[in-house]
Structure formats: C-alpha cells, structure tokens
Design a protein around this ligand. Structure first.
Ligand code: PXG
Length: 295
C-alpha cells in the first residue's frame, strides 16, 4: 500500500487528507500571500534557488516577512521531497499572511503560514510540443502594474483564471492577456515569445507579466546559441504575423503556439527556431547543475 502524500505546513508534516489551514487564514480570505510553482526532474529541483529568491521578492513587495531564511526554505522543500521519496514532482510553495480576524488588517495576522506541496500531477500537455497549441486574446486585461501586478506572484490569480475560463469556453487551449495599453503581456501562467526573421522577441515585465524562470532559461539559451533576442512591446498584429511563437512556464515547459484568434501562426507547425530551442531546453532541465539535488 502506498502511504499518503505528506504535506509541509509550518514545519510539520500532515497526510494530504489532513493537511488543512484555518478559514481565517488571509491567504484564503483575501488572496493575501505569495506562491511558487517549481518542478523536480530526476532528483534535482530545477532552479530551486531562483524560485526561492522570487518568492522572497514577491513577499518583500507585499510586506510579508517569511519566517524562514532562504536557506531554510530550500531545505524545507528538499526535506518535503525526501519525506515523500520523490525524484520527479510539481511543487507548490505558498506563504500566506496567516491567521487573522475577518478584517483586512494584516497586523491581526501574527504569523505567516508556510505550505509546501510536492505533488505528482502530470501537467504535460499531451503531444502539444509536437503539434503546438491554439490560443486567443482574452477580454481580461493583465492587471496594471500596481498591487495585483503579476510581477508579484501573489495569491490573486482571478485575472488569469477568468482568461482561462474564456479560453475553455471558446474551445482553445490557452488565453493570452494584453496589458492595459493593448500590447501582449503573457499567457495565463506562461511567458510568451515570438520569432520573426530568425530573431526572438518577448514583452517586458512592464506589461505586468511575471519575470519567468523558464523564460530566463530560454533567454540564456538564445545568448548561448547566438540567436538575437529583443525585449520589446509586442502588438497583437506582431503575433498574427510572426513566423513562430511559443509559451514558456514551469508547468508547460516550452510549448509552440500554432494559432491565435483563428489566425494560423507561420506554417501552423512548430518552426525551426522553436524546435531548436525545445531540444536545447530539454538538455537544460536534464542538467543537474541547473538545480538543487534532493538526495
Ligand atoms: N506568468 C505567470 C503569470 C505565471 O504565473 C509564468 C508566467 C511562468 O513563470 P515560470 O517561472 O514558471 O517560468 C507563471 C508561472 C500551472 C501554473 O499549474 C503555472 C504558473 C502559475 C500557477 C499555476 O499551470 N506559472
């Protein structure tokens, strides 16, 4: 019999069925908290230190003091994976404002809640890497660059969820969010890249997009491979007329985009630059020096 998944809450482990938090936790009541989505491949947590750094940057922006040091947080993630005997995992790291009263005031929340879930859900999108996925622009604009900006990986994801609901309702695989000026920001949980005349373009975080860790790996790959990469505003027209396009993110990894709002992108099949990067990116995630060893 396989034992139940153990979940870390504030330094203790609980079986999944008993891993519960208070209904007075402000993460639940107000979306007041921050999180990370991380993956482990073959016994190595990919870019764990980078994810922990980003978690602390998000926390700093919302004035949330995480009760662990970054080193302790790294260790807590590793310990949770060990506890569950896991080598491959989709990890969710959450720090909420903690238990307070029913008012908004965070001063009523003396202790943040730290949760680490190391699950095994298979989020690989079938054969999407070979065929590419369909997308549409959502009517939901990415939040402006204030409190709920996606630069902060906060627990406020309604913006992305509404865009996802719209994509689901329209029978397309993923939504793309525009910023308040109508330029492309990102997908619901992915950064976006286009290829035009052999060069790569991706939007800046001033569109309210998250500074993606997968995107950063792809940007570094472009440098290594001498592919010109420019961070610049992208209009919907630029995506309609791109030769190739793809998403990057921890969950999806790298996935080609073949269609947007019923317009075919390029040949409608993953193009040469995307294919090259897909192959190279696979090597990056398999390279144990790009992460933290669990065992
Ligand atoms: N933009 C946003 C808004 C995100 O939340 C990314 C880009 C990609 O960043 P990384 O660092 O992962 O390359 C994210 C992160 C999911 C899921 O299960 C994915 C994210 C967040 C929450 C859930 O699909 N992606």
């Amino acid at each position: 019999m396989t034992s139940e998944l153990q979940i870390y809450i504030d330094g203790k482990f609980y079986p999944k069925s008993q891993a519960k938090i208070s209904v007075y936790d402000h993460g639940f009541l107000y979306g007041d908290g921050v999180f990370e989505g991380i993956r482990a491949y073959n016994g190595v947590v990919f870019k764990l230190k980078e994810h922990v750094d980003r978690l602390y940057r998000s926390a700093h922006a919302i004035m949330l003091n995480i009760p662990l040091t970054k080193e302790e947080m790294v260790q807590a993630v590793v310990e949770t994976l060990r506890k569950n005997n896991m080598k491959d995992s989709y990890i969710r790291l959450i720090v909420s404002r903690g238990i307070g009263d029913l008012g908004l005031d965070p001063r009523k929340c003396p202790k943040p809640t730290t949760i680490i879930i190391t699950d095994t859900i298979n989020i690989k999108a079938g054969n999407a890497k070979e065929t590419g996925i369909t997308t549409m622009f959502s009517w939901v604009r990415r939040n402006p660059v204030d409190a709920t900006t996606h630069e902060v990986k906060s627990l406020n994801y309604l913006n992305s969820i509404l865009a996802k609901i719209e994509a689901n309702a329209n029978g397309v695989d993923e939504a793309i969010c525009l910023d308040t000026s109508g330029c492309i920001a990102e997908g619901v949980g992915e950064n976006i890249f286009i290829v035009k005349n052999g060069e790569i373009l991706t939007p800046p975080t001033s569109t309210g997009a998250l500074e993606g860790i997968t995107a950063d790996s792809v940007i570094n790959l472009c440098r290594k491979l001498n592919i010109k990469l420019t961070i610049t505003n992208l209009t919907p027209f630029m995506l309609f007329t791109a030769d190739e396009a793809f998403f990057t993110g921890t969950a999806m990894e790298m996935v080609p985009i073949r269609e947007v709002n019923k317009r075919q992108i390029g040949t409608g099949k993953p193009g040469p630059v995307t294919k090259l990067l897909l192959g190279e990116f696979q090597k990056v995630i398999e390279d144990p020096t790009n992460g933290t060893k669990i065992y």
